[in-house]
Ligand binder design. Structure first.
Ligand code: GDP
Ligand code: IMO
Ligand code: MG
Length: 430
């Protein structure tokens, strides 16, 4: 079986898009299985930058089938707009498949996302306001509209009209607004999308299953990251889906025994967008330097990302809950020029030493990082393609992290481009 799951091991934006694009050159199928266009995955190919949000990052490999799985919340307007970013002939439309079981993001989901954030005031989550949470709420409440519903105009009409009544009641009675949503407008707009996306809609569970059974190379593309997972992340400052490796079984509709390898995408430092505690945060000159060198601004919202030192407590937890078999260590070049680098090896809470990432955010907020200090390097590493050619201190940094996490670093990334990648072991051949 040649299946590889790629998961974010921190708070998202670890460089998943780059690794997926890199591995996609060897893959037959690439699948997104959770989240929606809250994701922003960057690919840099031949010096050109592509920001993907919903379309799988295998799209630039003409051979790969790109699947949007049943676990996705699908924004048709966003999807069609994203397709426009590609040039004529660059995308093979017959190789894009959208699950008929995926849920559809409607205009009221986006509106309710914004209203609920506003109502939370200083308790806000800092969502991307793409309607992700409200769409998953409808899914779990069992009133959501799925792609298969959208494909049938009578079923869609029935389900949508019930939802318009329900959502107008919410905006009026909870948020004290005028009834915002008009059935005819939304119905006609979405029938237009239905016509445009029909060619892509399929039972993707069959496509994925058959590919795995035929021994094809199948890549599962994680969005968000372990600490944004609804169950295992820093709740409530999380997203509403399961970015951990277990999420792929549900979100792609396969058995968990069909996922062979799990690659954790790990940033050489830590970043976070949105609210919530962050133990190794550097709200100072160090954080500024990392943000500047790493261009740490959100792909989706443009918000500056919060930056801090590498946290081995977090990544060890991610290794455990995802069952990581490999690490791709990203953005190492961003740390060039620091005299000393710090790695957080444990937390101190009062007089207690904590090695396991805590559940309670109150506890987390009380945790102080315990750091180990390593020497930095000044050499430009952005052209290095062989691990042995890295400066000794850069190698020591990677090796120390490998030792602390207990998972082998099989890929080291030294720049955003496809070729700026050091491969220590071929992940598909592991
Ligand atoms: P994703 O959401 O995990 O796919 O990551 P994002 O695309 O949101 O953020 C990662 C950013 O880092 C993007 O701008 C990438 O182009 C960039 N990037 C990825 N790998 C490297 C690397 O090794 N070095 C540098 N300097 N940038 C990288
Ligand atoms: P990629 O795939 C970083 C964060 C938001 C917010 C929280 C909830 O590019 O790594 P949501 O809109 O999902 O309800 O927002 O989750 N968030 C991300 N942060 N990278 C992402 O995706 C994210 N997707 C959501 O900032 O804190
Ligand atoms: Mg991103």
């Amino acid at each position: 079986m040649k299946t590889v799951a790629v998961v974010g091991s921190q708070w998202g934006d670890e460089g998943k898009g780059k690794v997926i694009d890199f591995l996609a050159t060897q893959s037959d199928v690439v699948i997104r299985a959770q989240g929606g266009n809250n994701a922003g995955h960057t690919l840099v190919v031949d010096g050109k930058k592509y920001a993907l949000r919903l379309i799988p990052s295998g799209i630039l490999n003409p051979e790969a089938v790109n699947v949007i799985g049943n676990g996705i919340v699908f924004d048709p307007k966003g999807f069609l707009k994203e397709l426009e970013n590609f040039e004529e002939g660059q995308v093979h439309h017959d190789k894009i498949k959208i699950s008929d079981r995926a849920h559809v993001i409607m205009p009221y989901h986006k509106e309710l996302d914004a209203l609920s954030e506003e109502a939370r005031g200083d308790q806000k989550i800092g969502t991307t306001k793409n309607g992700i949470g409200p769409c998953y709420m409808d899914k779990t409440e069992r009133s959501g509209i799925r792609i298969c519903d959208l494909m049938d105009k009578d079923i869609f009409k029935k389900k949508l009209s019930a939802q318009i009544i329900a959502k107008n009641k919410i905006v009026k009675n909870i948020y004290g607004k005028e009834e915002l949503f008009d059935f005819e407008t939304i119905y006609n707009e979405y029938l237009g999308y239905a016509d445009k996306i029909r060619r892509y809609v399929d039972d993707t569970t069959v496509i994925v299953y058959d590919a795995i059974k035929e021994g094809k190379k199948v890549l599962f593309e994680g969005a968000q990251g372990t600490f944004l997972d609804l169950d295992l992340g820093t709740y409530p400052y999380v997203t509403s889906s399961h970015p951990i490796s277990g999420g792929f079984a549900v979100g792609a509709g396969i058995g968990p025994n069909m996922i062979k390898d799990v690659v954790g995408i790990v940033k050489a430092y830590t970043t976070r967008v949105g609210e919530g505690p962050f133990v190794t945060e550097q709200d100072n000159e160090i954080g500024e330097t990392i943000r500047k060198n790493g261009h740490e601004f959100g792909v989706v919202t443009g918000r500056p990302r919060r930056c801090g030192w590498f946290d081995a407590v977090m990544v060890s937890y991610a290794a455990r809950v995802n069952g990581l078999t490999s690490i791709a260590f990203m953005l190492l070049d961003v740390l060039t020029g620091f005299d000393k680098l710090r790695i957080c090896t444990a937390y101190k809470m009062g007089d207690k030493i904590i090695k396991n990432f805590p559940a309670s955010l109150d506890d987390l907020a009380k945790c102080e990082p315990i750091y180990e200090e390593l020497d930095g390097w000044n050499e430009d590493i952005t052209g290095v393609t062989d691990f042995d050619e890295l400066p000794e201190n850069a190698k020591n940094y990677v090796r120390r992290i490998e030792e602390l996490i207990g998972v082998s670093v099989d890929i080291v990334s030294v720049g955003p481009g496809r070729l700026q990648t050091i491969v220590r072991r071929n992940i598909f051949e592991k």
